[in-house]
Design a binder for this molecule. Structure first.
Ligand code: HEC
Length: 123
């Protein structure tokens, strides 16, 4: 029957449209902000008011702690000196981790400073 054939065509078109829309919204979430922060290397925090050595430590942190997960994750559980030290040591012990004791100390110093002086525009 003619209307039935038409409605199957219509359903097929709608399914196709839904598929395209879902692809577009994924791309949108991925590239234009929103909840998905991917593996971004650059934490959008302003460290320009931090002392020079902490700014340097921030670079080490940003590079090292974004290698396997987001920086958001690295900030998550490191808000006290004890947890910062704990997690940096846990990360350093991972077989794929590639940073020195000196860099670990720098990163802990940065995390402690960061959590004691939260930047104005948190991300
Ligand atoms: C070699 C890969 C690797 C590197 C480099 C790395 N991490 Fe991780 N990180 C992981 C994995 C994998 C997990 C998941 C938990 C686990 O396996 O211990 C994790 C989990 C964490 C967690 C726990 C968060 C939660 O979900 O509870 C914190 C905090 C953390 N990482 C901080 C850091 C910091 C800070 C650095 C930089 C010094 C860092 N990570 C570098 C692999 C890494």
């Amino acid at each position: 029957m003619q209307p039935k054939r038409l409605s199957w065509t219509f359903l097929g078109q709608m399914a196709g449209l839904l598929f395209v829309v879902s692809l577009l919204s994924t791309a949108h979430a991925q590239y234009y902000g929103g909840a998905y922060d991917g593996n971004q290397k650059d934490a959008p925090i302003n460290v320009s008011s931090y002392p020079a050595d902490i700014q340097h430590a921030y670079k080490t942190f940003r590079y090292t702690c974004s290698e396997c997960h987001t920086l958001a994750r690295a900030f998550d559980e490191t808000s006290t000196p004890a947890t910062a030290k704990h997690w940096v040591e846990v990360m350093q012990a991972k077989p794929a981790a590639d940073f020195s004791d000196k860099q670990a100390q720098e990163i802990i110093k940065f995390l402690n400073y960061y959590h004691a002086h939260p930047p104005e525009a948190a991300w």
